[in-house]
Design a protein around this ligand. Sequence first.
Ligand code: BTN
Length: 282
Amino acid sequence: MKLDLSIIESNLETQLIGRPQGSTNELWQTIDSTNTRALSLAKEGASAGVIVLAESQTAGRGRFGRSWVSPPGAGLYMSVLLRPESLQANLPLLTIASGLAVARAVDFSVGIKLGLKWVNDLVFAGRKVGGILAELQRQQPQDQMSTASRSSINQAIVIGIGINISSKDIDLPSELSDKAGWLEEIVQGNVDRNVLVSQIAYELEQVLELLLSNQTLAILNAWRKYSATLGERVRALIGNDTVEGLAIDITDSGALIIQTRGGMQELHAGEVSIKKSDGSYC
Ligand code: BTN
């Protein structure tokens, strides 16, 4: 089924996300990137809560400058504009929290428990099913801002969410075919993306409220339950060093704690590979 904004909006159980004051949600048939669009809406002063969706992207972006293959009908491509007040201290946790929100949304609306590979990759049976790209809109220098925008516009953050839905109508690049997982293949049935979008909006709002009220332990504990990383042997790059060890926990700020032969190491940014039973990493 095609994405339909009126269906999504009528299903929303949120106060903020998908209900931006004075701005409108957008659905594009094709766009370069929903994140790029949401960032430019932020620059134009759009309100918090705007959702940008697309049936396909021509320049979908992933983390670390990678591209995100986004053909029509194959995925969910969604960005949400946030302007969180007083979140500075908990900003690193927003990444953890967004992954958790999407995992919960898939769990409750599709009935599949995806795992979270630190920091917020969504995985199933060692295959990547989704990912999140959080991007910060740099604040304009004070002297270039009007008094009105200085007082009313908070720093913007765009949460970009990509979820693989179905590969049946697409020719997958070979580097993806053995690494990617698809929701409809996992559930062996149809996934209603309209329902999924409203559920993501709801779950995102829930974690945002927890963060804004400093209930970070609730986020960390829920993330631990969905984790596909803790208790696994992992490999990661810290600075120029490749570190291998056992992922044992996350810190209060969301860093991954790895027990290596040389002692404990904390990973604050980057990504990890998980060791499979055949000794290879995925
Ligand atoms: C990752 O590398 O795991 C993050 C992928 C994020 C992809 C989504 S699709 C919707 C939004 N628009 C983009 O250009 N990227 C994000």
